[in-house]
Design a protein around this ligand. Structure first.
Ligand SMILES: Cc1ncc(COP(=O)(O)O)c(C=O)c1O
Length: 399
């Protein structure tokens, strides 16, 4: 009977699901994602010999080709080889893990830090071990997938509060007992919207309500606050946010991620986090690149200054064209166009003019908020901005 359900090319239901998937068919038809570039240099990428301005990366400080960062990664390969060869619990930490954790903790103003091989793992790790059955997790509804993945591994009850809306959070909390342990989960900077979290207001409504605060600052770290210390530092509330997590793949031009907090919290994470215990640690070249980028951030302030100058320039360029940037206050800059058809056409026009961006359409964004996702970088030059201005003017004219 079963064999008659599946032809020879579909040996089972899951194989058939993969082969017949409509979303994959559409992705291949319109091919907006997974482009392959044969070369990358500074703010430029090359596809089929065509040189383009990259406006979709998160290389905020433009350090991925900084000579000190590249040299540090190369040296680490010579000294340590390519791999950490396993997970730290069983296979041991390496000196570069400990050094990067100490430097990150000191930079962020926390007692301790633990690093992982991906920011995604760090964000999961900042939640999964900390929430138990009968706890309550209160999460901003626009939180990143990595935070939801961490939440999904807990048995805690979950309530979503309206995006960046402390009043809604307060209302939800008003129905809850103070004795219930609670995690409040939010981001410092929301990369899809470019919004900054109203952290002081979130802290005010959760004060004395038995809340442990977890903030993902993947897009605020290295960008916001004094010297790039992040969004909590921007508001002067680092000591009130229990855990800061984030990524090395944005402003530090590497890969990997971190969770920073009190000694107790980080040691607890090392005991209970599955993402830490059962996954290989950050490799030497990536740790060395992140450490060198952290040095550059602290010794060469011009990169952060240029990032913000470029952000202001880019935002003005978009606003002069009467494009909707969803109130972005940060280098993460959406261009809201409102329907997938408009976004697709706009994205293609930009591509025709050699400017590479990425489309975000519902359900990844709320209905009617379909948008072009883009980000300013310190690496963008005057020549890049000439191309960006020309491409956007062209796309607007064709709209
Ligand atoms: C808000 C946020 N958190 C976490 C991550 C995961 O970081 P990584 O790419 O280093 O795994 C990302 C990456 O896109 C992100 O945007």
């Amino acid at each position: 009977m079963l064999s008659s359900l599946f032809s020879k090319s579909y040996p089972n239901a899951v194989a058939r699901r993969c082969a017949d998937d409509e979303a994959t068919r559409l992705r291949h038809k319109y091919s907006p994602y997974y482009h392959t570039f044969e070369k990358q240099q500074g703010s430029r990428v090359w596809k089929d010999g065509r040189e383009m301005v990259m406006l979709a990366s998160n290389d905020y400080l433009g350090l991925s080709s900084h000579p000190k960062v590249v040299e540090a990664a190369r040296k680490a390969l010579d000294v340590w080889g390519s791999s950490p060869t396993g997970a730290r619990l069983s296979n041991g930490s390496r000196a570069y893990h400990v050094e990067l954790e100490e430097r990150m903790a000191a930079f962020l103003g926390k007692e301790a830090c633990h690093i992982h091989a991906a920011g995604y793992l760090s964000c999961m790790s900042a939640i999964q071990p900390f929430a138990q059955k009968d706890d309550l997790i209160l999460a901003d509804k626009n939180c990143h997938s990595s935070l939801w993945a961490g939440i999904g591994l807990t048995q805690a009850r979950v309530e979503r509060f309206a995006h960046n809306n402390p009043r809604d959070l307060k209302e939800i909390l008003s129905f809850e007992k103070d004795t219930t342990p609670k995690l409040v989960v939010f981001e410092g900077v929301y990369s899809m919207e470019g919004h900054v979290a109203p952290i002081p207001e979130i802290l005010a409504v959760t004060q004395d309500r038995n809340c442990f605060h977890v903030m993902d600052d993947a897009h605020g770290f290295g960008v916001m606050g004094p010297g790039g210390r992040g969004t909590a530092a921007h508001f002067g509330v680092v000591d009130q946010v229990d855990l800061l997590c984030g990524s090395f793949s944005k402003s530090l031009s590497s890969v990997g991620g971190f969770v920073a907090g009190s000694n107790d919290a980080i040691e607890y994470l090392r005991t209970h986090s599955k993402q830490t215990i059962f996954s290989a640690s950050l490799p030497p070249a990536q740790a060395a690149a992140a450490l060198a980028a952290l040095d550059v951030l602290q010794t060469e302030p011009e990169h952060l200054e240029r990032l913000w100058a470029n952000t202001r320039r880019y935002k003005k360029l978009l606003e002069d064209l009467r494009l909707d940037t969803w109130g972005s206050e940060t280098p993460a800059m959406p261009v809201v166009l409102g329907s997938k058809e408009r976004v697709y056409a706009f994205w293609q026009r930009l591509l025709e003019k050699n400017v590479f961006t990425v489309m975000s359409i519902a359900p990844a964004v709320p209905p009617g908020k379909d948008l072009i996702r883009s980000a300013a970088s310190a690496a963008h030059t005057d020549a890049d901005f000439d191309m960006i201005a020309d491409a956007f003017a062209y796309a607007v004219k064709k709209m």
